[in-house]
Design a protein around this ligand. Structure first.
Ligand code: HEC
Ligand code: HEC
Length: 468
């Protein structure tokens, strides 16, 4: 199986073998002529010895010249890199190396000063699994982001306090994302969590309710990480329930609102510290790129070649987390779901969110604010959705923002057909054309996607911890 040996080695072997054969036959001939064989003594044929010798010498010289100058150009430039050039050109291999490994740690998040604090992560894990953080005490983050389903949802659209209109993405490697949500309406993980905690379709509780919950159940753990809680005992100043838009909250003094908002933001910051530990690396694909040539099958290797070539998947799924961190309109049909403008509304909501990275609850607002200053919703953003990670994609069906695509084959068939003409907002991206993949090529691409499932997380991160 030649794909297990790099071509440079193959070339060397194929050159040496004929050379050896000719050299050995020359030695054998010479040896046999030196002995008094019947042939030699009977005829005394010195001319034939001479002729055979010359022929062999010509062969010998030609071989030497081939070995000497024939093949320098086809040697890889860096001979240390195993380039599997039977399958991949050096250029393709260079592209493949840009997809692996996933850095050991996600990029730092200075907007959250406890992002990498272990006490905060332990507290965040409790919040993540604690169903009391919801309107009626039945829904937690883990309800829709199940650790046993790749931290995604088996349902097409999630059921929390209400039925949502989008599919729940995986939280594995979520801290590598630049934007959160399909429409990028959160620019940090901590502000994302706050949207879920108060979202009508998700946990549907209120920040005042949660602040009192912290006071009642989590005061010690909270204060270890964040310092003293505000004194919430006076319920005429701090009603038991309410969020912006509710009169109880709106009637509070500015100072008290900020005190409650700070507790609320800190809940999100603890959850982010936990989410930053949900890292799944070292998939078979990574082992392959690191030099274990048997880590993935030949079908997957062909799929990888399609991924970076004919399938043009690499156009958008282009970094070690298999996303460009950008938004595109693939023309995914809404089906029975309501119209969805995606990134267009996402930008508006992000700019209006007091908990965005540039706001007063951010621990380092300067850089995020500069990025926000450049954002403005335009027609081009209509119907765009975030390029999702493809790591662990085998574990997170169903797919696309609608959750209407049950299998990986169905996604590739959709891309292969060049999409559908209508049923979505905005304009489908112009670069997306039919791919002309045949059935085997579709299978190979799926085989490749299956090699992106990373190592399991430590068991203690998957469990609901003991709650106070
Ligand atoms: C009712 C189900 C449900 C609950 C409860 C829920 N989520 Fe989600 N989550 C979703 C859905 C659906 C999306 C995608 C929604 C969107 O993009 O508009 C999502 C998106 C996310 C994302 C963005 C991921 C990405 O790649 O864009 C993160 C992070 C996240 N949720 C974390 C949480 C946390 C933390 C909690 C608890 C505080 C939580 N979720 C509660 C369903 C839920
Ligand atoms: C133009 C950019 C672009 C290209 C090219 C592209 N994708 Fe995607 N991909 C996206 C976006 C954006 C989404 C989310 C679309 C949505 O839900 O509306 C997506 C979603 C997916 C999903 C679903 C993941 C999930 O969790 O729901 C898979 C699988 C996928 N792409 C694989 C591929 C493969 C394989 C190719 C090549 C054949 C490819 N993509 C080409 C941008 C792209």
């Amino acid at each position: 199986m030649s794909f297990l040996v790099s071509t440079s080695e193959m070339q060397r072997i194929s050159i040496i073998i004929p050379f050896l054969i000719i050299f050995l036959s020359f030695v054998a001939q010479t040896f046999s002529l030196c002995r008094p064989t019947p042939h030699f003594t009977k005829t005394g044929n010195a001319t034939s010895f001479f002729r055979n010798g010359i022929t062999l010498w010509i062969f010998f010289c030609i071989t030497i010249s081939i070995v000497g100058c024939g093949d320098d150009n086809s040697m890889p430039i860096n001979k240390d890199i195993e380039t599997e050039v039977d399958i991949f050109t050096e250029r393709e291999w260079a592209i493949i190396q840009r997809l692996s490994p996933l850095p050991e740690k996600p990029p730092p998040n200075p907007t959250n000063r406890v992002a990498d604090n272990p006490d905060a992560a332990r507290l965040g894990q409790m919040f993540f699994f604690d169903e009391r953080f919801s309107k009626d005490g039945t829904v937690a983050c883990a309800t829709c982001h199940s650790p046993f389903h790749g931290f995604a949802d088996v349902e097409a659209t999630s059921l929390g306090a209400g039925r949502g209109t989008r599919n729940a993405p995986t939280l594995l490697n979520v801290a590598y994302n630049k934007w959160q949500f399909w429409d990028g309406r959160a620019d940090t993980l901590w502000s994302q969590a706050l949207i879920a905690l108060e979202g009508e379709k998700e946990q549907a509780g209120t920040r005042l309710q949660y602040a009192h919950l912290i006071k009642r159940l989590y005061q010690n753990e909270y204060e270890t990480v964040f310092g003293p809680l505000p004194n919430l005992t006076d319920t005429s100043r701090f009603p038991l329930d309410g969020k912006p838009g509710d009169t109880q909250f709106d009637n509070m003094s500015e100072k008290d609102k900020i005190a409650v908002n700070t507790v609320f933001a800190n809940i999100g910051k603890a959850i982010e510290a936990y989410e930053r530990l949900l890292i799944s690396r070292n998939a078979p694909f990574d082992q392959y790129v690191a030099g274990n040539l048997n880590a993935i099958s030949i079908e997957a290797k062909r799929g990888l070649k399609l991924f970076i070539g004919k399938g043009v998947c690499i156009l958008c799924h282009d970094n070690p987390n298999f996303t460009d961190n950008e938004f595109h309109n693939l023309g995914v049909p809404q089906g029975k779901l309501p119209e969805d403008t995606g990134r267009y509304d996402g930008i508006k909501q992000l700019l209006n969110n007091p908990f965005n990275g540039g706001g007063i609850y951010s621990d380092d607002p300067e850089v995020p604010q500069r990025i926000l200053d450049f954002l403005e919703p335009t027609q081009q953003h209509q119907g765009q959705f975030k390029t999702p990670t493809l790591r662990n994609v085998a574990r997170t069906a169903p797919y696309f923002h609608t959750g209407e695509f049950p299998t990986l084959e169905s996604i590739i068939d959709f891309n292969n057909a060049g999409g559908v003409p209508s049923g979505f907002v905005g304009m489908r991206e112009g670069t997306l054309e039919p791919l002309n993949l045949n059935e085997q090529e579709t299978k190979d691409l799926v085989e490749f996607l299956l090699t992106l499932t990373g190592e399991s997380l430590p068991e203690h991160l998957l469990r609901k911890p003991d709650l106070p």
